[in-house]
Design a binder for this molecule. Structure first.
Ligand code: BGP
Length: 478
């Protein structure tokens, strides 16, 4: 494809993505309450332990909680957004920290200082004509909601979330047009604490608990979509899936069936958010898992009448599955592991690189729903070296991104309607999976290490100039 003209539409939204809990820091500043993430320690094993035993994590005094300071975007946002503008960003995907607005989740009135912070962030974006794309909840619900209600297991969360949404939609009317209701909504099945503020350890049927919580989120998402449209008809609301096509290990029909079944686990959520009703295959899943969901009288109608305007997703790699339990060789991936695909390279963290998989995934999702797509996470987490001249030569990142973007261009040529692309962690930030700073995705390096030490100075990597050129040429330089 090199040299050939790419077919990105003129109004294609190029940009980058972050999440409040992974970049803001200032974890108790200006009235913010604790979030779920704020009790997760830095070390990967300890973090995992804490994810599945949050009660214990609350009692433990870990030395360093990465989210507490992170890259201190809270005090550096002007400098950072200026750098985004210098790269030519048209869009900036960010999230609002729920406990900055409602410190306990169920407070009577919102925290004005929290709201003011985002007024300033959006004003800064507007100054450079950068369109904010806002995730309403990205893994950081108020910790108090976990303690008081066991998170989304309780239907009360629907109302609390809607109250939060209403405050955002009214306050930022005219400032924000693109909204995502929940980050990677399907992750509630894999990391129920981060995805749903849930402790499933004491549940007789954890699957029942997770799907009931998921149902509450799906209803909340539909009602938030309705509210967003009522408050401002310009609002565009999207769902967000942790995507990545699952390949069958062989052409054995059993492997093909296993791959289809695996993908349905994630598509279940988007089927509901995009079509407005539970897919027929969910009946069988619920029967097998002994799940009986409780529905309120209005749920069905709310889901049906308030489907999303566009479909966003994260894509880091494809996945691989086999029906044969003796196929064992696994490798890491976004939150959960996959079988190792012998045709693909892996990163230092074991994540596989598969640009063509992005094209396949986009075609698959578009064929399924026929709604505009938005690729809101994609990128390569790697260790970066800073030379004595303070340069960072991250050709490996450029290679990954170029391969993925070329395939995104191919998907557009295939006929897929794609609104934009925000690569993950456009500025280095704390890893969600491991709590490390050293797993870096950014075009902008931040001087901060895994122990939370460093000057916080921002440096441009080689990929900074590369992405600047990609945007300036609307994808022709790839
Ligand atoms: C997704 C999350 C992001 C982000 C990304 C990369 O699951 O939505 O928050 O962190 O994965 O994962 P990691 O930080 O573990 O490398």
């Amino acid at each position: 494809m090199k040299g050939e003209k790419m077919k990105f539409p003129d109004n294609f939204l190029w940009g980058g993505a972050t999440a409040a809990n992974q970049c803001e820091g200032a974890y108790l500043t200006d009235g913010k309450g604790l979030s779920l993430v704020d009790i997760l320690p830095a070390k990967a094993e300890k973090r995992n332990e804490a994810l599945f035993n949050p009660e214990q994590a609350l009692k433990t005094k870990y030395q360093y909680y990465p989210s507490h300071q992170s890259i201190d975007f809270y005090h550096h946002f002007r400098e950072d957004i200026k750098l985004f503008a210098e790269m030519g960003f048209k869009v900036y995907r960010m999230s609002i920290s729920w406990p900055r607005i409602f410190p306990n989740g169920d407070d009577e009135s919102p925290n004005e200082q929290g709201l003011k912070f985002y007024d300033q962030v959006f004003a800064e974006c507007r100054k450079y004509k950068i369109e904010p794309l806002v995730t309403i909840n990205h893994f950081d619900a108020p910790l108090a909601l976990f303690k008081k209600y066991n998170g989304w297991a309780n239907r009360k969360l629907v109302d609390l979330y809607l109250k939060y949404c209403e405050v955002l939609f009214k306050r930022y009317k005219g400032q924000v047009k693109y909204w995502l209701t929940f980050n990677e909504i399907n992750m509630i099945l894999h990391i129920p604490f981060l995805g749903g503020g849930l402790d499933v350890r004491n549940s007789e049927n954890p699957e029942q608990l997770k799907y009931q919580a998921a149902h509450h989120q799906l209803v909340a998402s539909a009602r938030a979509t309705k509210l967003a449209h009522e408050i401002d008809s310009e609002n565009q609301v999207g769902c967000m899936l942790a995507a990545g096509q699952t390949y069958p290990y062989t052409c054995n029909p059993k492997d093909v069936w296993a791959a289809l079944t695996a993908d349905r686990e994630g598509y279940f959520f988007i089927d509901v958010q995009s079509r407005g009703y539970y897919p027929s295959y969910s009946r069988k899943i619920f029967k097998e898992k002994n799940i009986e969901l409780q529905w309120a009288a209005t749920d069905q109608q709310d889901l049906l009448e308030n489907t999303v305007d566009f479909i966003s997703f994260s894509y880091y790699s494809s996945r691989l599955t086999s029906a044969d339990p003796s196929v064992m060789e696994k490798t890491a991936g976004n939150i959960f592991a996959s079988l190792k695909n012998p045709y693909l390279k892996t990163s230092s963290w074991g994540w596989q690189t598969d640009g063509l998989g992005l094209r396949t995934t986009m075609n698959q999702i578009y064929d399924r729903y026929q709604k505009p797509l938005f690729v809101v996470e994609n990128g390569l987490g790697e260790k970066d070296e800073v030379t004595p001249e303070k340069e960072i030569h991250d050709q490996y990142r450029i290679d990954y991104l170029a391969e993925n973007l070329r395939e995104l261009g191919n998907a557009i040529e295939d006929g897929v309607d794609c609104l934009g692309y925000t690569s993950w962690g456009c500025i280095d930030l704390v890893s969600a999976g491991s709590g490390e700073m050293s797993k870096r995705y950014g075009y902008i390096y931040v001087d901060r290490d895994d122990q939370g030490k460093g000057s916080l100075r921002r440096l441009k990597k080689d990929s900074f100039k590369w992405y600047q050129k990609v945007i300036a040429t609307n994808g022709q330089f790839l």
